[in-house]
Structures are given as C-alpha cells and as structure tokens.
Write a protein of this length. Structure first.
Length: 418
C-alpha cells in the first residue's frame, strides 16, 4: 500500500512537469480574460509568467514527499519550500505600477484550478484520502506563496510610505526656512525704510510750516503748498505702513514683550475716543463711549490695549459714512471683561468675515477702500489679542454695520512674557 501511494506521488510529480508548458499557456489565457487592462500599465505577461515554472516545480518536488512515510518528510517539505524564496520578485514592480494584492491572489487561484485539472486524470483512480492529500500539498505551496507575497507587499508599501514621509518632512522644513527667510527680509526692508521715510516726513513738515509762515508775508503759490501737503500726507501713510509691517513681523517672530500694569479702563478709552473725535466729525458721524459697566481697574499692557482700541475705532470710522461709532466696555464676570466697537457702516459680507484678520486683506468693493488702509490693522489687533490671551468676535451685516467684541482677562499679571 505504501509503495502504491509513493508511486502515485511520483506519477503526479512527473505529470505536472510534463504539462507545465500547457498549464502556463492556459494560465496566461485565463489571466488575460479575467483582467481588464491591468497589464497595460507596464508589467508584461512575460515578466509575470517567469515565476510560474518555479511554483510548478515547487509543487512537483513536494508531491512525492507528501506520500512518503519517512519521519523526515515534513522537514524535507520545508527544505523544498526554499524554491519559493524568489517567486515574488515582481512585488516591488507591481506596487510601483499600482497593482492590488487581490490581482495576485486571483492569479494564484487560477493557477490552482489549472494544476488540479492537469492532475485530474491521475487522481481519477486514486483513493479519496490520496486525492485530499494531493490537494492539501498543492494548497500548502500556494498558501506559502500567498503568505510571502502579502508580507512583501506590506513591507514594500511601508517602505514607500516611510520614503514619502521623509520627503514631505524635508519639503516642510524647506518651506519653513523659506517662509522665515521671507519674513526676515520683509522685516529688514521695513527697518531700512523707516529712517529715510521719517526724514521725508520730518523735512516735508518743516517745509510746509515755513511755506505757510512765509505766505503771510509774501504771496505763495497755493499749488506749491498743496504739493507739499501731499508729500507730507503720503509720507505719513508710508511711515504707518512700515511701522505696521514691523509690528506684524515682531508678533510673528514672538519678539514682543508685555509690560503689565494697572490701567483705568475709562481713562484709557476716553483718551483714545478724544484723539479720534475730530476724525469722526470730519465725516459727520458721532463717536461715543459707554464705560459705565466697565471694571474700574485692570492689569494689562497699556500700550497694547491702546493699539487694539485705536485700530478698531479707526477702522470703524474709516468704513462708516453716516451714523455713529460706539465704544462700550463692560464686565462679564470677576475674571473677564469685554471691549466692543459698534458702527453703522458698510458691514462685511459673511463670506469675507473669516478673511478679515489676514494680512493685507481689504474686503468689499475696491473702489470703497480707503487710501489710508494698509490691510494690516486687524491683523495686528488679532495678534495682540492672542498675545494677551483674549479673543475677538465679529458680528456684521452688509449695509447695516459691524460689531467687534474683544474679551480680555481682568488680571493679566500671570501672562507669560513672550
């Protein structure tokens, strides 16, 4: 009985080797019919079929051992499995071309069917147990290939992910370097421009005063005075723009230090409102304040709070053509208070409200933009509020006005110096 089963194993092995070419050609035909255009990507049938003889040889080597009663059969089968070590050398090529692991599994399923069909004649007279043993060993070889293919596929995909991560990290570092270099260059340029612009503003101011004084004694050209006034006004605008650029640059590079001190809210708001009242009157609008519910004293950086308020009120006046601008301060609880600036101006469309705090953004119609606006005021406000560990909210309706509400801590003594 043992001799007959061993002979069956040898016969099956011989039959498989004899029909190898037939199996390979049938396999190519089946794969072509079941795969729609996958191999057009660049992985040829010739490149894939080169591994099929290795798989068939591994099965042929294993079958006689499967019917051997020797105790070393299992060890011998494992040794013969070394034939499979190079079967999946095409895995990296497949991954690069975007092939899915399911395609490889389908190919091996087709191959199994063809192998079993090729051996069916020899198995027709074999016992049920011999047939089952044959199928088990065919599956063992194919399962080993599937296991190695899956591991190699996962390994190669992981290698690609790690490579992509490394490339992205390198690109991100380069982008950070370029952005920082751009910020440094802008800050340097602004700093270099500050002194000559200051000189232009100072000299044009002196020249304007002299012209106006002399005009009382000698006839002076109104055109000359007007031209000097334009030089002076534009010099001031340019000076403010450069100062704003430096301010933004300092905040972005975290070079701004806080000086916390006790501040009377009503006093500070009154000074800011008084200094901007003439600007409001020129446009025929009313500027009012209400600090009746404000905390009497707060601990905060006086200069930074003043900057926030001046920027918000100036913006409100700039974009309000009629009506009023109202500054209101009130306590929320024992730890927080709110400063709000409400206007009856042009308002901001809801689609533009998220962009309003970005640098150099001026929303609305281009024709409605004020020449004095640099698009940096609200950016500075946003960064100062963040520095003071506060928050700002905007409620606006197009054509009806806007309200900017700033919530800040009453006691900022514990804020870290940045």
């Amino acid at each position: 009985m043992a001799e007959s089963t061993q002979k069956l194993g040898r016969d099956l092995s011989t039959a498989l080797r004899c029909k190898a070419d037939e199996i390979i050609e049938a396999w190519v035909g089946e794969v072509q019919r079941s795969t729609v255009g996958s191999y057009e990507a660049g992985l040829t049938y010739e490149g894939i079929r080169s591994r099929i003889p290795q798989i068939l040889e591994a099965i042929a080597e294993r079958l006689p051992l499967a019917f051997d009663d020797d105790q070393n059969t299992a060890q011998s089968c494992c040794e013969k499995d070394c034939l499979l070590s190079n079967v999946q050398t095409d895995i990296p090529i497949r991954v690069e071309l975007g092939f899915d692991i399911d395609e490889m599994l389908r190919e091996l399923s087709i191959l199994r069917t063809l192998v079993v069909t090729a051996l069916s004649v020899d198995l027709s007279t074999a016992s049920q147990s011999s047939t089952l043993l044959t199928l088990t060993n065919v599956d063992a070889v194919l399962n080993r290939i599937i296991s190695r293919s899956t591991r190699r596929y996962a390994q190669y995909q992981l290698e690609r992910v790690e490579l992509t991560y490394t490339e992205l990290l390198s690109s991100n570092q380069e982008l950070i370097r370029l952005v920082q270099m751009q910020k440094d260059n802008a800050a340097h340029l602004a700093h270099e421009l500050k002194n000559p612009i200051h000189a232009v503003v100072t000299l044009s101011s002196l020249l304007l005063r002299n012209k106006r004084r002399v005009s009382s004694e000698l006839p002076a050209s109104a055109r000359e005075i007007k031209q000097i006034e334009r030089i002076y006004d534009n010099g001031n605008r340019l000076s403010a723009l450069v100062s704003n650029m430096l301010e933004v640059s300092r905040k972005e590079s975290y070079e701004l230090a806080l000086k916390i001190e006790s501040v009377c809210v009503n006093e500070l708001v009154s000074k800011v409102v008084d200094s901007l009242t003439s600007e409001a009157l020129k446009k025929g609008i009313t500027l009012v304040k209400d600090c009746t519910q404000a905390p009497p004293q707060i601990n905060i950086d006086r200069l930074r709070l003043q900057q926030i308020l001046i920027n918000l009120v100036s913006n409100a006046i700039r974009y309000t053509d009629k009506g009023s601008v109202k500054v209101r301060c009130y306590s929320i609880d024992e730890e927080r208070w709110t400063l709000s600036v409400c206007d009856t101006g042009r308002g901001i469309h809801i689609s533009q409200q998220k962009r309003i705090f970005s640098p150099y953004v001026r929303v609305g119609e281009a024709s409605a933009h004020s020449a004095e606006s640099s698009g940096l005021g609200l950016t500075i406000v946003s960064k100062l509020i963040e520095l003071l560990q506060g928050e700002i909210n905007l409620v606006s309706e197009l054509g009806k006005g806007s309200t900017f509400s700033v919530t800040l801590p009453i006691d900022a003594q514990q804020l870290n110096t940045v």
